[in-house]
Design a binder for this molecule. Structure first.
Ligand SMILES: Cc1cc2nc3c(=O)[nH]c(=O)nc-3n(C[C@H](O)[C@H](O)[C@H](O)COP(=O)(O)OP(=O)(O)OC[C@H]3O[C@@H](n4cnc5c(N)ncnc54)[C@H](O)[C@@H]3O)c2cc1C
Length: 128
């Protein structure tokens, strides 16, 4: 079971099968608090921001971004899109929700080259 915070602050619980199924669709890692990389993956540039997302989808390619966006559309977790992690107020992370992590350089390059990163952000602009 995994509890996620939704965009409006409610809690939803996803059973392990749904998490396993989502993870199996990704080439990159799905990082939760029991993962060895969790502490480093949740850090952002501003050391005063100390948030603990429930899920960090470290996307390894565009298909991972698409699948993570679809997962977010189905379950409506609180959502942050993280790229460089330099947002001073920490908009690239959250407590209890999902982070779409675009920080793997080739994903970032692909999205920016096609000028898509702002659209990924805009798509979810109501849920910040
Ligand atoms: C040391 C330093 C130097 C800087 N220098 C400059 C500079 O020279 N010029 C300049 O213009 N800026 C500068 N900045 C500001 C920085 O470019 C901005 O904060 C920028 O947004 C960071 O991009 P990022 O990809 O690292 O964002 P991240 O921290 O990865 O955050 C993701 C971005 O996506 C947005 N986002 C996240 N989730 C959602 C959502 N659900 N819906 C909609 N949007 C969402 C956030 O608002 C945020 O902008 C600097 C910041 C730092 C820390």
């Amino acid at each position: 079971m995994k509890t996620l915070t939704t965009a409006d602050g409610a809690s939803i619980t996803l059973d392990d099968e749904k998490i396993t199924e989502f993870r199996s669709t990704l080439r990159g890692d799905l990082i939760m608090n029991d993962h060895a990389a969790y502490e480093s993956a949740r850090r952002v540039w501003n050391g005063n921001i100390d948030r603990r997302p429930a899920l960090i989808a470290r996307c390894a390619g565009v298909a991972d971004v698409q699948r993570t966006v679809a997962f977010a559309g189905t379950h409506s977790p609180r959502l942050s899109i993280r790229d460089g992690g330099h947002s001073a107020p920490g908009y690239g992370t959250n407590d209890g929700g999902l982070v779409i992590d675009l920080s793997i350089p080739r994903v970032r390059q692909w999205l920016w080259r096609r000028q898509l990163a702002p659209y990924v952000r805009y798509f979810f602009s109501g849920s910040q």
